[in-house]
Design a protein around this ligand. Structure first.
Ligand code: SF4
Length: 350
């Protein structure tokens, strides 16, 4: 039944107002309903106490709040990472992760069911592409955790689009979701708190730069030579490193914003001093930062994360090029927090 109802998180404010007008309601109801959706995170229409009972009844019949149908919920041993696997009405699965870092409440959300990019070290890449998520499906992942955090007097402070999917391969829905989540009259998360992560879709990066987006951009680079990157990230054969770096420079020039390069450190693969030097040469002088993240192991890719010593050596070599970098903690290894891993488990189990 829920399939036939309209998920209200699919609508912009103007569309929501029109929806209410079509139900015979005055326009001012839109603001009330918007606040229930994006500020109070109502879990049911019956909670919406300032709406007339007759309207709540109409909404019950025709609309939904996109509540996630949870298949699996997992909490890491240290209680700092929570991961959910939700089943969408058409049977697709998506994963969302909440990570607690001091005062930050960071969500890693999905933009697609599966992914077409096929990065070899990634469980989502290994499963292939199923479909794009709608803007509402992207937003409801955030609202799910916002509701949960609000019950403890907390709120979502950061979002990273690093879950299942390549966000710039689903450009319009992803950016529509971002626009709604940053709307000051609603969820009101600062644009700088939402990071869009891409594997390097050059035309989409240029479009993103042209639109002067304020949301930070992260590039999953993982290798600094085409020979190495081709092996890890098939899309590199379409847009090789030289074109990708040109697009990154274009983005920096257009927006004046720093770019982040993500680098999953894989033992004996891309954690050599040769790669560190190649990376240093590649990004030297750019307004950028490098995040070094020891690989999150997956079943379909048997390589290991780099040892602590190799991570330190890599970082030390990179610093010779005056490139700033941070070694990031891997979170939720015990709950398969790398994207796609939980879905794998659910599908293989059934
Ligand atoms: S790393 Fe990202 S872009 Fe690559 S396959 Fe996985 S989800 Fe897709």
């Amino acid at each position: 039944m829920i399939n036939d109802r309209l998920n209200l998180y699919e609508l912009t404010f103007d569309e929501l107002r029109q929806f209410l007008v079509d139900l015979g309601q005055p326009k001012f109801r839109a603001k009330q309903l918007w606040e229930w959706l994006y500020i109070k995170f109502a879990g049911s229409f019956q909670e919406m106490s300032d709406l007339p009972a007759s309207l709540r009844e109409q909404l019950e019949q025709r609309a939904s709040l996109g509540l996630l149908d949870l298949e699996i919920t997992q909490l890491s041993n240290d209680n700092h990472t929570k991961k959910i696997l939700a089943k969408l009405p058409d049977g697709q699965f998506i994963e969302t992760v909440l990570m607690l870092y001091d005062k930050r409440r960071t969500l890693c959300i999905s933009s697609q069911a599966g992914c077409a990019m096929g990065c070899v070290f990634c469980a989502t890449g290994q499963m292939g592409f199923f479909r794009n998520l709608t803007a509402g499906e992207i937003i409801t992942q955030v609202i799910h955790f916002a509701r949960e955090l609000a019950a403890k007097g907390e709120r979502v402070t950061n979002i990273v689009l690093m879950g299942m999917g390549e966000p710039l391969h689903n450009y319009s829905h992803t950016l529509a979701a971002v626009d709604r989540l940053t709307d000051p009259s609603g969820f009101n998360l600062g644009a700088r708190k939402i990071t869009i992560s891409t594997v390097g879709l050059v035309p989409a990066i240029r479009r993103y730069a042209d639109e002067q987006r304020q949301t930070p951009l992260a590039i999953s680079l993982h290798a600094a030579t085409d020979f190495e990157r081709d092996k890890l990230i098939p899309v590199n054969r379409k847009w090789p490193i030289s074109e990708l770096m040109e697009a990154c420079r274009y983005y920096i020039e257009k927006t004046g914003r720093r770019i982040t390069f993500e680098w999953a450190l894989i033992d004996g693969e891309n954690d050599t001093l040769i790669q560190a030097r190649a990376l240093g040469e590649l990004v030297r002088g750019m307004i950028c930062h490098v995040n070094l993240i020891p690989l999150n192991p997956t079943n379909g890719y048997l390589k290991s994360p780099s040892s602590k010593q190799r991570v330190e050596d890599f970082q030390a070599e990179l610093s010779k090029y005056r490139v700033s970098s941070t070694v990031r903690l891997r979170r939720g290894i015990d709950i398969q927090a790398g994207c796609g891993q939980l879905r794998d488990r659910a599908v293989n189990r059934s």
